[in-house]
Every structure is written in structure tokens, then in C-alpha cells.
Design a protein around this ligand. Structure first.
Ligand code: NAP
Ligand code: GLV
Length: 343
């Protein structure tokens, strides 16, 4: 617990939104990367010696080497629900809280999955381009025929908050919902007439396969050519989770061959090269990782992530710790964790 009025030192790898700057500054000794660019290695390392808190985004890799150079660190607050960019195991061993922003971005991200699904199924970007470039000259019976949703099978890999929110929307479009996850979600099944299926069956039956699984050592690279070969030729892939679930080079090859009907992608392994690799494929719709990018959601994410920081650095358990159990088990007194256990 803090015993003086000294404010804990926090460094943010980005410029925190205006809506939380006052709150952060009142409670913390805040400095941040104001360049508007991704923080450089040098920039991060210059701050690590002093920092008690790090406020990061999903683009910042918080690995064991970095944590080893931060002797005073007590909390890493990630401005995202996914935390595959943070070595949680290494942080936990050092008694460092790792926090995320669950729940507040669920509906926005599910909406984006559906926006991609509609866009690719009904060829919206192609139509937009056609009207703008003057090649649209009037209604034709065979112009831009797409794929109907009603009566089709929506397959979801991942049965968490976002996976379920995507499934709930499917019911409204008269789709059959199937999903695969490591645990069954019985209420979701009951309320949405959803069916739990094994992973291979998910691949084989889905007309639209939506990925909503976190990226970790169990889920990385689980979809590649062999999995695409199991899918219907008429199926569409939608990925709003993380690029690393898919072997990206194999996906690109499969899309070029039109082995599946198309894809809507918000996330990538190689963000810089992907536009050039997929840019001329009309049956692929690309967005730049904007799943949670609404004004409302980003405000709530910023507030949640800021509260996590402030609480952790003022001796309170942060509400959204992803390593609560490990932290308690580590029982490291340096960060005041023992004090927390005894309250
Ligand atoms: P969540 O509620 O934690 O759901 C994750 C689901 O994955 C849970 O149902 C979990 O199963 C399941 N799962 C299966 N195998 C797993 C394993 N080995 N490790 C961990 N979980 C496993 O997460 P969410 O809020 O739905 O978010 C899902 C992911 O979406 C995030 O991790 C993030 O990568 C991505 N995302 C992307 C955007 C975007 O902008 N495109 C926005 C938000 C999130 P149990 O229920 O059995 O635990
Ligand atoms: C975004 O991708 C998130 O994980 O919040």
C-alpha cells in the first residue's frame, strides 16, 4: 500500500485518450509516448527502470526480456481484451498484475464480424467501387450476385463473450448456429438453438466460419491448408480474433485458388504485407483491426484500463486481472500482493 502522497510512475506507450488523462494524472505520475507512432525499443527501455506501471496496447510486445529490465513494475494494463502480446507467465512469476478490458468491447466486435460477413457475402465493397468508378450503368439481373444468409449454417470457433454475441445475432438472420469451444456453453445453446460440434465438424458444416478464439499456445496456427481443405468450397471465413490462429501464407494461397468462396478479415499476422498480397482479390474484404473501434467502446476501454492501472498502484486488486490466481500463488511481497491476500 502507498503510505505517502508520492504518485506511482506510469509510462504509456501511446497518448491516452483525453477522457482519461485527468483521472490518470490525478492518481499517477504519468508520462507517455506522444509521437503518435509505435513506441521504439529505445523509448520503452529508457522508461523501464523507473516505471511502476505500463499502459500498453496490443501492438506492444511485453516479453520476459522487457519485464526483466523493469525492477519496479507492478502492473501492465493492456488496452485490449486479448493479451497475447504479454508474457503473462513471466509477469506472474514476478508478482506483476496483467490486466485487460473484457466485456465492454463485446458488442462492437460482434457487430464488426457481422459487417465483414455481410460485406463479403453481399459484395458491398465491390459494389461501392463500381458505383464510384462509373462502371455501374444501371440495374442488371446478374449484377454482383451474392450469397443468402437465411437458412445457412453459422459456425463459430470460440464460445466466449464475443463468440456468443456473434451467435446471438445469427439467430435473428434465421441461421443455424454451430460452435466449437473447449467448454460447452449450455445457456447459449438453449437460448440460440446452438449446437456444440467437434472442430472438424465445424469446418465441414459451416457456410460462414467465424473465428472468435483468443491466441495462445493451444490455438495458434490451428487453421491451415488441411483445415481449409475440409471446408465447403462455398464457405466464407471471417476472422475478428487474431491473425495468428491461421497459417497466413496457407490462407493466402487458398484464397488465391478460390478453394473457399471468400473471407472477411480484421486481423493479420503480417500487417504490413497483407494489403499487397490480397489487394486484388474481390472475394476478400479487409479491415484494419477495428473490431472495438467505436467512440462508445473505446471510451469504456480507456476508462477500464485506467482504473486497472490506478487500482493496482494504489494497493487495490485491479478488477480485470488476467493472472489473479497466479499472482496470489506467487505470494511476492514486493508488490503489496501479500497485503491484499490478508485483507
Ligand atoms: P473470452 O470471453 O475470454 O472468450 C474466449 C473463449 O475462448 C472462451 O470461451 C474460452 O473457453 C475459449 N477458449 C478455448 N480454448 C482456449 C484456450 N486454449 N485458451 C483460452 N481460451 C480458450 O474472450 P472474448 O472477449 O470473446 O475475446 C476473444 C478474442 O477476440 C480476444 O482474445 C481477442 O484476441 C479477440 N478480439 C479481437 C478484437 C478486434 O478488434 N478484432 C476485439 C476484441 C477481441 P472457456 O469459456 O472454456 O474459457
Ligand atoms: C482487440 O483486438 C482486443 O483484443 O481488444
Amino acid at each position: 500500500m502507498m503510505t505517502s502522497n508520492r504518485k506511482p510512475k506510469v509510462w504509456a506507450s501511446f497518448d491516452p485518450p483525453e477522457s482519461v488523462i485527468d483521472y490518470l494524472s490525478e492518481n499517477l505520475d504519468l508520462s507517455y509516448n506522444a509521437t503518435g507512432e509505435l513506441a521504439t525499443h529505445e523509448m520503452i527501455h529508457a522508461k523501464l527502470g523507473d516505471a511502476e506501471g505500463l499502459f500498453v496496447t496490443l501492438r506492444d510486445m511485453v516479453d520476459e526480456d522487457l519485464l526483466n529490465e523493469a525492477p519496479n513494475l507492478k502492473v501492465v494494463s493492456n488496452l485490449a481484451v486479448g493479451y497475447d502480446n504479454v508474457d503473462v507467465k513471466a509477469a506472474s512469476k514476478k508478482g506483476i498484475w496483467v490486466t485487460n478490458t473484457p466485456g465492454v468491447l463485446t458488442e462492437a466486435t460482434a457487430d464488426l464480424a457481422w459487417a465483414l460477413l455481410f460485406a463479403v457475402a453481399r459484395r458491398i465493397p465491390e459494389g461501392d467501387r463500381m458505383v464510384r468508378d462509373g462502371s455501374y450503368t444501371g440495374w442488371r439481373h446478374n449484377l454482383l450476385l451474392g450469397t443468402e444468409l437465411s437458412g445457412k449454417t453459422l459456425g463459430i470457433w470460440g464460445g466466449g463473450r464475443i463468440g456468443q454475441a456473434i451467435g446471438r445475432r445469427g439467430l435473428g438472420f434465421n441461421m443455424r448456429i454451430i460452435y466449437n469451444n473447449r467448454s460447452r456453453k449450455e445457456e447459449f445453446e438453449r437460448e440460440n438453438n446452438a449446437q456444440f460440434v467437434e472442430f472438424d465438424e465445424l469446418l465441414q458444416r459451416s457456410d460462414f466460419l467465424v473465428l472468435a478464439m483468443p491466441l495462445n499456445s493451444d490455438t495458434a496456427n490451428q487453421i491451415g491448408r488441411a483445415e481449409f481443405e475440409q471446408m465447403k468450397r462455398s464457405a466464407f471465413l471471417i476472422n475478428i480474433a487474431r491473425g495468428g490462429l491461421i497459417r497466413e501464407d496457407e490462407m493466402i494461397a487458398v484464397l488465391k485458388e478460390q478453394r473457399i468462396a471468400g473471407a472477411g478479415l480484421d486481423v493479420y499476422v503480417d500487417t504490413t504485407g497483407i494489403g499487397a498480397k490480397l489487394g486484388d482479390l474481390d472475394h476478400v474484404v479487409l479491415t484494419p483491426h477495428i473490431g472495438s473501434a467505436t467512440h462508445e467502446t473505446r471510451r469504456q476501454m480507456a476508462l477500464m484500463a485506467s482504473r486497472n492501472l490506478v487500482d493496482a498502484l494504489h494497493g487495490r486488486e485491479p478488477e480485470n486481472a488476467v493472472n489473479r490466481k497466479a499472482i496470489y500463488e506467487s505470494n511476492i511481497p514486493r508488490n503489496g500482493v501479500r497485503n491484499l491476500i490478508s485483507v
